[in-house]
Ligand binder design. Sequence first.
Ligand code: HEM
Length: 125
Amino acid sequence: KQPGTIFEAIGGFASVDRLVQAFYARVGKHPDLIPIFPEDLTETIHKQKLFLTQFLGGPSLYAEERGHPMLRRRHLPFEITPTRRDAWLDCMAHALEEAEIAEPYRTAIFEKLTLTANHMMNTPE
Ligand code: HEM
C-alpha cells in the first residue's frame, strides 16, 4: 500500500477500472475520436488501466509491462488536433462523474490530465 497517493485515496484498482471503462465507452461513441482509435478497445483499455494506476501514484504497472511511457512519442502516429484534445477531455470529465470519483481528487485528476492532453496535441486544426 502507498498511503497518501491519489490512487489510494480514490479507492485503488476498482476505481481506476470504473473510470477507464466509463471513459472508453464514451471514446468509442465520440465522432471526433472514432476515426483514430481501434474498433476493439480491449487492449487500449488494458494499457490505460496500467498507465493511470502509475500516473495516480499506484504501482508502476505500465513501466513493468510497456517501459517508459514516452506518451507524446506514442501519440505521434495519430493526428491529435485541438478538437480531438477537447473531445478526449470531455469524455474524461463525464467518466470521472460517472465513476463517482470523489472531490477534491476528481478536479485534481482532471487538471493533471489536461496538462498531459495539451502536451499530446501534434496537429493544427
Ligand atoms: C494510446 C489518442 C491523450 C494515454 C492512444 C491511442 C490513441 C490515443 C489513438 C492508440 C490506442 C491504442 O494504442 O490502443 C489520444 C487522444 C488524446 C490522448 C486523441 C487527446 C489529447 C492522452 C492522455 C493520456 C493518454 C492525456 C494520459 C493519460 C494513452 C496511453 C496509451 C494511449 C497510456 C497507450 C500507449 C501504449 O502503450 O501504446 N491515445 N490520446 N492519451 N494514450 Fe492517448
